[in-house]
Write a protein that binds this ligand. Structure first.
Ligand code: URA
Length: 425
């Protein structure tokens, strides 16, 4: 087998054979296929696609590149959630303890933010003392003791994806449905969860900009999960405007704690409950009542135990950025557009995200919204507050917001978008 013939097959719109796929994933993981060769193949896949059988084999080869975890010794059914990434998407934080409070075990392997979308681990690291890296034994201990764990995937899990994802990120090959589906599902299947709920984001702030592409990604992932014996359901959810009122690490932790305390923005609560119901259903816990677990404080109890078990202090003050800048409405009327991508880029430029993997994020940086689409605003009213430790970034962040905010005439009719747009099982 040689890599050039594998690249040529896909370049010329052919099908990769099972042998070609197994070989190229294994050889790339071992370092026998170079990054430039794999990036040529990734670009050929992005341009020419893969059929379902190729995607299934590619996913299986990535799973087989590393270890598989096993939670079968736990007394509870396992259920996990994965979001394809968005702006202000802090849902994992209230969701994992909530589902655990309702009787499931939630092994939530999460990632860091890159580009305009935030990462769950960066958010949680704003809690003093909290540790993202756990050994497999520690992970199992936290899961057994509290019902939920949120931590980084170990190096042994789907190492082919770790290498390939980093390469795709710098070669313009992230947005390929076969590569996204196999990347996400190889990690989730290797992780060993019994059931999985996918939150496939649609809109300007998501990888998938149209419902049609999101449906294709969702049904590809649901098919892969089901074929590997994981009960998998996908919700397609709106990402045309940020979720909730915050985008940025510590800001989002604060909002998540508000949700766990029974408050928080309506859209965050609605999506948290919708995903919780799906996760509990997929885990066979049909009688569980997540709304009650939010209201009676039992989800908050699990959150506090989970954070403490990972070295964090749930009562510690969260980091606050040194400087603030308020953006006011320039006219009176109805806020029609508050674009998720624009807000995500602004938060990133303020220091909430990183441009390169090794960059350090500012924990207090980000954007705090004071109005959401559909709200009436008056000229001069604060629309959002920008937070950063590096005030020289304000101008750069404001530039990102140009064209991302639209105030329509007073009294203009506004059709709110539902959060959950579709369900695929
Ligand atoms: N998240 C992943 O884990 N992989 C992708 O390819 C895209 C989003």
């Amino acid at each position: 087998m040689d890599v050039i013939s594998v690249i040529r097959t896909k370049r010329d719109r052919g099908r990769l054979s099972d042998e070609q796929i197994d070989w190229v994933i294994d050889a790339y993981t071992r370092g026998a296929v170079a990054d430039e060769q794999m990036s040529a193949l990734a670009m050929a896949i992005l341009l020419n696609g893969m059929d379902r059988a190729e995607i299934a084999r590619w996913t299986a080869a990535m799973i087989n590149s590393g270890e598989r975890m096993d939670f079968s010794s736990l007394p509870r059914p396992t259920s996990d959630k994965h979001s394809t990434g968005g702006v202000g998407d802090k849902i994992t934080l209230p969701l994992a303890p909530l589902v655990a409070a309702c009787g499931a075990a939630v092994p939530q392997l999460s990632g860091r933010g890159l580009g305009h979308t935030g990462g769950t681990l960066d958010k949680l690291e704003s809690i003093p003392g909290w540790r993202a890296s756990l050994s497999n034994a520690e992970m199992l201990d936290v899961l057994r003791g509290t019902g939920a764990v949120i931590c980084a995937a170990g190096d042994g899990l789907a190492p082919a994806d770790k290498k390939l994802y980093a390469l795709r990120d710098v070669t313009g090959t992230v947005e390929a449905i076969p590569l996204i589906a196999s990347s996400i599902m190889s990690k989730k299947i290797a992780e060993g969860t019994g059931s999985l709920v996918l939150d496939v984001k649609v809109g300007t702030g998501a990888f998938m900009k149209t419902l049609e592409d999101a449906r294709e990604l969702a049904s590809t992932m649901v098919g892969l999960g089901t074929d590997h014996g994981v009960r998998t359901v996908a919700l397609l959810t709106d990402m045309s405007t940020p979720l909730g009122l915050t985008a940025g690490n510590a800001l989002e932790v604060r909002e998540s704690v508000e949700v766990l305390a029974g408050g928080g923005p309506a859209d965050v609560v609605e999506l948290t409950l919708a995903l919780a119901r799906e996760m509990l259903d997929a885990a066979g816990l049909h009688d569980a009542d997540p709304a009650k677990a939010l209201a009676d404080g039992s989800a908050m109890d699990v959150w506090r135990r989970m954070i403490t078990a990972q070295g964090g202090d749930p009562d510690a003050a969260l980091p606050v950025a040194r400087e603030q800048h308020v953006v006011n409405a320039s006219t009176s009327g109805v806020l029609e557009i508050l674009d998720a991508y624009a807000v995500g880029i602004a938060a990133w430029r303020l220091g909430a995200g990183r441009a390169r993997k090794e960059d350090v994020v500012q924990l207090g940086a980000g954007v705090e919204l004071h109005a959401k689409p559909g709200d009436s605003v008056v000229a001069g009213q604060p629309l959002m507050t920008l937070h950063t430790d590096t005030p020289e970034k304000f101008a750069y962040a404001l530039e990102a917001l140009h064209g991302g905010i639209l105030v329509g005439p007073p009294g203009a009719s506004f059709e709110p978008k539902p959060i959950v747009l579709d369900r695929i099982s």
